[in-house]
Design a protein around this ligand. Structure first.
Ligand SMILES: NC(=O)C1=CN([C@@H]2O[C@H](COP(=O)(O)OP(=O)(O)OC[C@H]3O[C@@H](n4cnc5c(N)ncnc54)[C@H](O)[C@@H]3O)[C@@H](O)[C@H]2O)C=CC1
Ligand SMILES: CC(=O)C(=O)O
Length: 316
């Protein structure tokens, strides 16, 4: 019989830069009272658990340990960050062969535990690997989520906030589609506290805002390349994104987040995992939120879906 889910328990599979930073961020969040770390390199998981635990006197009590798959049976959320990361110049999609094999082997282990928790995939290419995890696990679609463009949307909000000299939390803007080169910034619904972003730009005395917005979207799309070129890996932003998604689930917030999930029939797109704004709560993805998009944005979303479908074929 399946073990009952412990809503205060999280598992992190893969304890490299992204897994350990996510674990560190989760430790500080007080969302969980138990966290198990798993890595193919057991010593790495043990070392990270020990290091993170030493911060507990400055946080809230929590049981943090390196474990194995038998420890994840009752975890509410299993965050998967295992796999190869991009090297300078590599795209996320270049990682697909290697990481889909790793994902399949991890899901095989998770399946043996009869878990009822939610899978949160972070490893790249995240949309394709979320699809692989969904198919391999046989879990219901609402329980298999990718971190998707939550990070890209945060980068967009941050850059817009900086450009417009306004708190990035007052900026409401989504990146949708692939977490990667075909992603789309949805300008047609972007706003600052309800004021259309174009109008807000004018209010702040910005001219040429079309050109500026295009440049910002390009910068956001290329952020990972820039950071990887400079420091080899990205991990702080994604650590915060993982925490934000876990928070929405554990607290049943019904927050609207652009996580990656299985799409059926939106703008004619079907059977592809990609990011669209979704209501996220205790059951994972509750429903998608159909934000308004221009015809040009819809065409780009369809292209992004086509790219992802083609790459998924390489995993078969
Ligand atoms: N979705 C997103 O927004 C982001 C995704 N990423 C992705 O996250 C992944 C991890 O990146 P990093 O942590 O920088 O890489 P890393 O190389 O530092 O860590 C990867 C870890 O996975 C472990 N691992 C490999 N195979 C495993 C298996 N079968 N079972 C358990 N553990 C296994 C390795 O031992 C290593 O500790 C990459 O695919 C990267 O592209 C990175 C940043 C943002
Ligand atoms: C590496 C990656 O996917 C990112 O930082 O966006």
């Amino acid at each position: 019989m399946a073990k009952e889910v412990n809503i205060r328990k999280v598992a992190v599979v893969g304890c490299g830069f992204v897994g350990s930073t996510s674990a560190y961020t989760l430790m500080q969040s007080s969302l969980f009272s138990e966290m198990v770390l798993i890595d193919a390199d057991k010593a790495r998981a043990e070392g990270e658990a020990l290091d993170i635990k030493h911060g507990l006197p400055f946080a809230k009590p929590m049981n943090i340990y390196a474990g194995d798959y038998s420890d994840i049976a009752d975890a509410a959320i299993i965050v998967i960050t295992a796999g190869a990361a991009q090297k300078p110049g590599e795209t996320r999609l270049d990682l697909v062969k290697k990481n889909s094999a790793i994902m399949k082997s991890i899901i095989g282990e998770i399946k043996k535990q009869d878990c009822q928790g939610i899978l949160l995939v972070v490893s790249n290419p995240v949309d394709v690997l979320t699809n692989v995890a969904l198919k391999a696990s046989g879990f219901p679609e609402n329980r298999v989520i990718g971190s998707g463009t939550v990070l890209d949307s945060a980068r967009l909000k941050y850059r817009l906030g900086e450009h417009l000299s306004v708190d990035s939390r007052s900026v409401h803007a989504f990146i949708v589609g692939e977490h990667g080169d075909s992603e789309i910034a949805v300008w047609s619904s972007a706003n600052v506290s309800g004021i259309a972003v174009d109008d807000f730009c004018e209010m702040r005395g910005h001219i040429n805002h079309d050109k500026n917005m295009r440049a910002i979207a390009e910068q956001v799309k290329n952020s990972a390349y820039e950071i990887i070129e400079k420091k080899k890996a990205t991990y702080y932003g994604i650590g915060m994104a993982v925490k934000r998604i876990c928070e929405a689930i554990v607290r049943d917030e019904k927050s609207i987040l652009p996580v990656s999930s299985m799409i059926h029939g939106i703008y004619g797109i079907d059977d592809v995992v990609l990011s669209m704004p979704a209501i996220v709560g205790k059951d994972g993805v509750e429903t998608l939120v159909p934000i308004s998009m221009s015809s040009d944005e819809v065409e780009k979303l369809k292209d992004s879906a086509k790219t992802l479908k083609e790459v998924l074929e390489q995993t078969k």
